[in-house]
Design a protein around this ligand. Structure first.
Ligand code: AMP
Ligand code: MG
Length: 484
């Protein structure tokens, strides 16, 4: 383990130069104090949790101090927002402080969100409010604990700096970690601004640092694109299987590494609802839960368009064609495990679709259904779950098929096997909201407790039953503001 001033920085992206990012110093927030830190995320930097309480840590991640060799930079990118191309986005309120590398030889971007204005801030104040910083912190670490690829969050720091959203709030910072902060929108920026040299530099940088094994392939760029398609297919399969709704799947929020990235008004489903829209500004439901699959495909084709200088259109089209079948393979695999099956059966897809449609009609809690299904042997479990369904005839028909299908399985370790993939605790919106309300009043203990519970989502934890309940009625209809 190290202390913060012993971190080794190697700023590879900064060295690409001013066409790619702009040097900007963080603008400090007033009276900074630590809200929460993630032991697991800090460990990626070889830092112990205790380091987060040190005055230096608070100073650095609230913008008051920097390492002597730090080169904080705001990245430039563009992207398609709600289907429309926006030619210039970029880090408007976050800075890449540097790339730290750990004892295992991994580089991790240190990105400070809420660090003040940059040349890409447009009309924005460069700040992030406490509420959205806490939500991003909890979600990134909760997704990681579920085994879902995500950017990570090391800490949230609160302040007295006032910021205006729908009402006056206070600014916070979030330290985000990722192996790369390069988005689909980075490639789009250089493509649409017609800077082929810079685009090539970017592509070579990404290949060398993040897809080095593709360099051994006959067509390295194509191999890289194929892997981006594969990773995103797997990511979206996880989202759909675990009920995660991202909310703002613009191409500037899509990572080339296929990790969950740039959290806004996201939500985990409470009741199953394929049509669920978590972003209240998304009036047409472009990013509704069930649209995430075609939208990811659409986003990948926007990336493909930007890669036409390097890869033939035919090869890009063929590779894009892999997305849906790959997605479906991953998704069915995850859902089979959630249902307790160890082997594939040709009827599984229909069995899953029938279940989801029954859940949709009866507003069944998506997380608890699977947890309870694994809690008891199949016959008892379905008998108990039956009460949650309105269409009893439909459920009985499904249950009969499920029981028949389960008979071919080895059921002696079924409960343990299912509990390993079916979380008991999920980041429900109302749980996050309770923790945020307390934090806005200066009490950070609930954020910390919730974070702790969510780091072990599959394990029943003594005294934590309240975190595993269905939401109260008020908690199901929270309007999560998309201003952040
Ligand atoms: P997001 O919705 O967070 O993905 O942001 C979309 C774009 O708006 C990015 O370029 C952000 O950097 C920028 N942005 C969002 N909020 C702010 C803010 N408060 N100040 C400056 N830029 C912002
Ligand atoms: Mg964004």
């Amino acid at each position: 383990m190290k202390a913060l001033d012993e971190l080794t920085l190697d700023n590879r992206f900064a060295r690409l130069g001013d066409d790619f990012s702009t040097e900007v110093l963080p603008d400090p927030i007033e009276a900074p104090r630590l809200v929460v830190a993630s032991e697991a995320a800090l460990a990626l930097l070889d830092l112990p949790l205790s380091e987060a309480a040190s005055p230096l840590f608070i100073d650095v991640f609230s913008g008051h101090k920097l390492w002597a060799d730090a080169q904080p930079r705001a990245m430039v990118y563009s992207g398609h927002q709600f289907g429309h191309y926006n030619p210039r986005l970029g880090d408007g309120r976050g800075l890449l402080l540097g790339e730290a590398y750990n004892a295992a030889g991994e580089h991790w971007d240190l990105h400070l969100k809420g660090a003040g204005q940059t040349p890409y801030s447009r009309m924005g104040d460069g700040r992030a409010v406490l509420r959205s910083s806490i939500r991003e912190f909890l979600a990134s670490e909760a997704l990681h604990a579920l085994g879902i690829p995500s950017s990570r969050a090391a800490c949230v720091i609160a302040s007295d700096t006032p910021v205006w959203r729908e009402k006056q709030e206070r600014a916070a910072t979030l330290l985000r970690l990722a192996r790369s902060h390069i988005r689909f929108g980075h490639f789009e920026y250089f493509y649409y601004t017609k800077q082929p040299e810079q685009q090539k530099t970017l592509a070579e940088h990404v290949l060398a640092l993040h897809f080095p094994h593709c360099l051994e392939q006959p067509e390295p760029y194509l191999a890289m694109f194929r892997e981006i398609v594969e990773r995103n297919a797997e990511l979206i399969a996880y989202w759909q299987a675990y009920g995660f709704c991202h909310g703002v799947m613009n191409t500037d929020n899509m990572s080339i590494l296929g990790i969950t990235f740039d959290f806004g008004p996201f939500a985990f489903l409470d009741d199953f609802d394929a049509r669920f829209i978590c972003n209240h500004s998304d009036h047409e439901g472009r990013y509704a839960f069930s649209h995430q699959v075609p939208i990811a495909h659409w986003n990948l084709s926007a990336l493909a368009q930007a890669l036409t200088p390097f890869i033939s259109v035919d090869a890009l089209r063929e590779t894009l064609g892999l997305f849906l079948p790959l997605y479906e393979t991953h998704y069915l695999d995850l859902m089979r495990r959630r249902l307790g099956f160890t082997q594939a059966d040709s009827g599984d897809k229909v069995l899953i679709e029938r279940l989801l449609s029954l859940m949709q009609n009866s507003a069944v809690d998506y997380t608890l259904f699977f947890r309870n299904l694994g809690e008891q042997p199949p016959e008892q479990a379905v008998a108990r779950l039956r009460d949650d369904f309105v269409d009893l005839q439909g459920f009985d028909a499904w249950a009969a098929d499920y029981l028949a299908r389960s008979q071919g399985e080895d059921n002696h370790d079924r409960r343990e096997r299912m509990h390993r993939v079916n979380p008991l605790y999920i980041l429900r919106n109302y749980l996050a909201q309770k923790a945020i309300d307390a934090a806005e009043d200066g009490d950070y203990s609930e954020v910390q407790r919730l974070h702790n519970v969510l780091t072990r989502p599959f394990e029943a934890q003594p005294g934590m039953q309240a975190y595993a309940e269905r939401p109260p009625e008020w908690g199901k209809h929270l309007e999560i503001s998309c201003s952040s």
